[in-house]
Ligand binder design. Structure first.
Ligand SMILES: *Cc1c(COP(=O)(O)O)cnc(C)c1O
Length: 370
């Protein structure tokens, strides 16, 4: 079976991990944590870095630091991972959804303005599957209506929008270092911001809102979202290799493009001129006319030795939110189509050119022999 993802780990990671053990520093606050914060924020070009224990925690921390609180409305895509909506709810705020663009699969920015009300406080663009949100018109709206911009760049390490790195354009941004992300710490995440004030709030929130001037006095409820020195040790080693990782991802993605780009019965993600993709996960979208959905197609690929994953399910379609009475009667047709007919193919760093050819043959075979 060709797996969807396999992390790339080697000697650099081993050396750094051993150093943690030799130094007896395995918890948070260790030297690797600070090193990762400094080097990753410099790499993205986004001020300060605040390392946390995962990407979901990074989003919640970013929302807190951006001042999002009870009753605020946060505009985000309907087609995304549940982390985004959960983080909004955990701040006591209300998620407001926007459908996807049919070609880029990212948030359809032309639909944002009609969702803005007097209670809107922030927009959360989420860069998806290696592509990016059309940021200029989004930033213009944020400016016009005085909204904070919280970028979810969990999948977008190294993605560029008009030459600017994703995660450097909003007021604050969130990254994930989960095992399937471009660089990984196993579990892990980071908040980036150029605002000194937001950086301080993020540092406080990840550490139970301890007050620096009076320990054990807490004016706000925070969480233990700290990243350990062990996680950061792996992250520092991974970051040294990020350019190589991006090269591999882009080479593999472009090979997929050339092999699948003109195959009848499926569409691939469109990356407009403004986007330099990192090809994080290589997705395909089946034609409705085939009469087969992504789950059934995934089973066919599996029979042919190829693993895959279905796309996200829309936020408005999640039973956990429906139970809360959220998004009642709302429909987002592009998201619904992506959820039903989209899946992503093996995209890991260890994938060989030969395996990509095998995957594409399996896709074509599964298409003709339904
Ligand atoms: C992976 C991911 C997250 C969540 O990160 P975790 O580290 O798994 O908590 C958030 N947003 C997006 C877009 C992601 O892909």
């Amino acid at each position: 079976m060709i797996p969807v993802n396999e992390p790339f780990l080697g000697d650099k990671e081993r050396v750094n991990l051993l150093k943690c053990i030799e130094d007896r520093w395995i918890s948070a606050g260790g030297p690797f944590v600070e090193e990762l914060e400094e080097k990753f924020s410099a790499y993205i070009g986004a001020g300060r870095g605040i390392a946390v224990c995962n990407g979901t925690a990074a989003i919640e921390t970013a929302l807190y630091a951006a001042g999002i609180s009870k009753g605020d409305r946060v505009i985000l895509p309907s087609f995304t991972i549940i982390s985004c909506a959960i983080a909004v709810l955990r701040r006591g705020a209300v998620p407001v959804l926007v459908d996807s663009h049919p070609d880029t699969w990212n948030m359809n920015v032309s639909r944002i303005e009609s969702r803005i009300t007097s209670r809107s406080k922030a927009i959360m663009p989420v860069h998806i599957y290696g592509g990016c949100v059309d940021m200029d018109p989004l930033l213009e709206l944020a400016c016009k209506y005085d909204l904070r911009v919280i970028e979810d760049a969990a999948e977008a390490h190294g993605v560029e929008y008009r030459g600017k790195k994703c995660g450097s354009m909003g007021d604050i941004s969130a990254f994930s270092f989960y095992a399937n992300k471009i660089i990984s710490t196993g579990e892990g995440g980071m908040v980036l911001t150029s605002s000194e004030k937001m950086a301080k709030l993020a540092q406080s929130y990840r550490n139970l809102c301890f007050l620096p001037e009076q320990r054990f006095l807490h004016r706000d409820i925070g969480y233990n979202f700290r990243m350990t020195n062990l996680q950061a040790a792996v992250g520092v080693a991974q970051l040294e290799q990020i350019e190589t990782f991006l090269e591999i991802k882009r080479r593999n993605g472009q090979l997929y493009d050339s092999l699948l780009g003109s195959v009848d019965g499926l569409a691939i993600q469109h990356h407009p001129d403004y986007c330099r993709s990192n090809y994080w996960m290589y997705g395909i979208l089946l034609d409705d006319a085939l009469g087969i959905d992504a789950l059934a197609f995934g089973r066919r690929l599996r029979e042919r030795g190829v693993d895959s994953r279905p796309f996200f399910l829309g936020m408005h379609q999640q039973p956990c939110f429906q139970k809360l009475g959220l998004f009642r009667g709302e429909s987002y047709p592009v998201t619904e189509k992506l959820s039903r007919l989209g899946l992503y193919l093996p995209s890991g760093l260890t994938l060989t050119e030969n395996q990509i050819h095998i995957v594409c043959e399996a896709v074509k075979d599964a298409l003709v022999r339904l």
